[in-house]
Design a binder for this molecule. Sequence first.
Ligand SMILES: Nc1ncnc2c1ncn2[C@@H]1O[C@H](COP(=O)(O)OP(=O)(O)OP(=O)(O)O)[C@@H](O)[C@H]1O
Ligand SMILES: [Zn+2]
Length: 654
Amino acid sequence: MAAAVNGMFREELRDAILRSKVLVVGAGGIGCEILKNLVMSGFADIEIIDLDTIDVSNLNRQFLFQKKHVGKSKASVACETALTFNSDAKVIYYHDSITSPDFGLSFFKKFTVVLNALDNRAARNHVNRMCLAADIPLIESGTAGYEGQVELIKKGLSQCYECTPKAAQKTYPGCTIRNTPSEPIHCIVWAKHLFNQLFGEEDPDEDVSPDTADPEATGNTAGEVALQAESNDKGNIDRVSTRVWAQSCNYDPEKLFTKLFHDDIKYLLSMDNLWKKRRPPMPLNWKELPDGVAGCSKDITQPGLKDQQRWSVSRCGTIFAESVKNLSQALKASQETSPNNHLIWDKDDQYAMDFVAACANIRAHIFGIAQKTRFDIKSMAGNIIPAIATTNAIIAGLVVLHAFRVLENNLRACRSVYLRLKMNHRNQLLVPEKAVNPPNPQCYVCAPTPQAILAVDTSTMIIKELEELVLKNRLNMIAPDVMIDGTGAVVISSEEGETEGNNDKRLEELGIKDGTILKVDDFQQNYSLTVFIVHRERPGLKDDSPPFLILSDKNALEPKVQEKEEKDIEIEKPSNGQAIEVSDTKKRKNDATEDEVVPKKRKVEINNADDDDICIIESNDVHRISSELKQSIPKKMKSSEDLDCLIVYDDKND
Ligand SMILES: Nc1ncnc2c1ncn2[C@@H]1O[C@H](COP(=O)(O)OP(=O)(O)OP(=O)(O)O)[C@@H](O)[C@H]1O
Ligand SMILES: [Zn+2]
């Protein structure tokens, strides 16, 4: 093959290709294309890793796989097929996760360049950190429908994957979901919550009942009055969990329907402040379900496949009853093994999907919102973004062109490139950045001494929450060790059994208070972070403000000359917090000034993919966070610009 590419590339590049050792992370849509490009360009020493097996749904675009490969390791089959294009190449495959401790620093250090072809934030963060630690150039890529992006990540030269905040995931206020839906997606999210309340993992924060704390309805006691008036034998969901009540009535579809789509709606109607400027919802009667479809003048016979038709309300009722029956039986069967078992919502499970489609459409009808087909609901509920083979191929081509530049040591030519859906004003579909974006000096990952400020109520947060919510979920660590600077006390150890006794202790009990400095290390990621604690009181457990905030402006930590004398807590207070990534969207925003951490109770995943979760944020949280931060930020920094862009809405995923 080397001979075949002779003459195609300059001699130096051809030799560099032959000498190089390349790691491809992910053998999915982009990964398969990259691997094919690599072997066809004469790369002779390649390793590829993927944790997954081939699914039939991969076959339309992952051309290294065929029907006979379904169920087999992606990495193994990709390797086997690629070798048929160039048997001179040496390709090693791993059917494993790149986050496994087996792939440590010395593994990464073997490579000339790493090419990411992943689909989730956790893995991308991890590879980012490993490549920074190993000082190996990483080419990061992603696609979403017709759009895509390729960028170089090189320590000290370019931004890293975590340098700038990414736009927040799509969010919906909790009260919109529970009280005042206005779009089909609000009804779909509500229906998914209902599934979990009835059959899945119960989460009190996914309550589907009317929300009496809705600020728009405050001062309105009608809801309470209505609540009293409604008979408890119908199941007052504010007093008994939806699951317990549903079980007590043996998942009787009529009773469930009446509770959810009649009684609760009447209750909502009694909160009349909500309906002063809105069309009020219309409670439905199980025995008189209309044959009409919201958005259609009458019940027309619609063309197309069953999945692509909009169901009449009475049809939704029938499907609701059928799916409730099947799902409750499935739940019962699974609980025979263990009473803690529950169902997991899966868009590809017929009854789970039927249930969500029927409930979403019934609720849509009640609120005068256009109904959707089961197919549309599946796309929205599963947050499916069509994967386009051509987009993947274009992006994979660019990844390999970037790799050539890396091999030629022409890193500055590796400017980020965006593939657009439509031409820009220069008639470009592929739009390069003007130059390689320099690293963010305040990045909490790639800065020379990474630092972050954690503003938290040290009297309520427990150590387990510090580990799970802050260090793992928020700061993307895998196995953190935490030591208090100064005393050397280890509060969290990645070694099993060493610090479990601390798990339920509050931070202040272990001496973590305002002004404390924590030294956090994740040996698996070769990552060290200094965390400055700022105590920030939370008014009460029922308070909706985020349980903690992370800021990353290390300049805020340096005392000004006149303040040096008084080296007190002021030095830990943020002055101009640099925003940190808030979603996995590949588009980076440079304008946010501080990071907002969504309280766990408001965060809702509505699909299975790590990177496609939809969060619910109470809209008034934003203002509360702002005003709280204003109090903790030195006066000179209090500008509205600094505080008004906490949450960026963007519906793109990579
Ligand atoms: N931690 C990880 N280690 C190794 N491979 C990973 C890891 N996380 C994700 N991947 C792989 O990255 C690939 C991403 O490819 P792609 O985006 O085409 O996803 P897919 O799962 O093949 O397709 P779809 O999500 O559309 O069904 C997948 O094959 C996935 O298994
Ligand atoms: Zn960075």
